[in-house]
Ligand binder design. Structure first.
Ligand code: URA
Length: 200
């Protein structure tokens, strides 16, 4: 698929989410005059990062990982020699859950199909999940639920799966926010990110 086609299909997703009145988070978005966060980066990236849901800064700007967690993500990418503009970054849930609470199953059910379409459009060689919600969703999506364990056992490992467009690798990673609250965990995160170097 050409980059132009990809961009057009991604724009369609954006339009659908902007008017997604059936989402439990739609009314909150309108009330707070904030934005959905669709995703950002290269439309023909080999690496797709999937976070959880937008936080305050993300909803205010419409851009993924642009607050404290984003700063850590940039540092982790840098440590692996990966440029942010060369990868695609998105979340499962595209609107901010109130008070940054965990996404609810109903929210994941509503927004999950948009992530599925983003994967089909961008066709990454590797999906790096950030945090347990996206790990859970992506592993299940590719029928790898039998391999699911707590993220403390999964992080940094590489799993293989089949997609409609060929093979894909899934790399569960800790959410960068872990390092916002515990600076010591940054070294472990950096170590895990080295796994992504070969896909860059
Ligand atoms: N946390 C996420 O999971 N996603 C963002 O975009 C920002 C913070």
């Amino acid at each position: 698929m050409s980059v132009n086609n990809r961009t057009e299909l991604l724009r369609k997703i954006k339009e659908e989410i902007i008017t997604l009145k059936k989402s439990p988070l739609y009314a909150e978005r309108v009330k707070n005059k904030v934005f959905p966060v669709i995703g950002e980066g290269s439309h023909n990236s080999q690496i797709m990062f999937v976070g959880e849901a937008p936080g305050k800064n993300e909803a205010a700007t419409g851009r993924p990982f642009c607050g404290a967690s984003g700063k850590i993500l940039d540092e982790l990418l840098d440590s692996a020699g990966i440029k942010r503009q060369d990868v695609y970054v998105t979340n499962i849930v595209k609107d901010r859950p109130p008070f940054n609470r965990d996404p609810l199953p109903e929210e994941i059910r509503v927004y999950g199909p948009f992530l599925d379409r983003q994967i089909e459009i961008i066709q990454p060689a590797v999906i790096a999940t950030l945090g347990r919600f996206s790990m859970d969703y992506v592993m299940r999506k590719f029928s790898l639920e039998h391999l699911l364990q707590p993220i403390s056992k999964m992080h940094g490992k590489v799993f293989e799966a089949e997609t409609s467009y060929g093979k894909i690798k899934i790399v569960p990673l800790y959410h960068p926010a872990v390092a916002v609250y515990n600076a010591n965990s940054k070294d472990e995160l950096k170590k895990d990110f080295q796994v992504l170097k070969e896909f860059n």
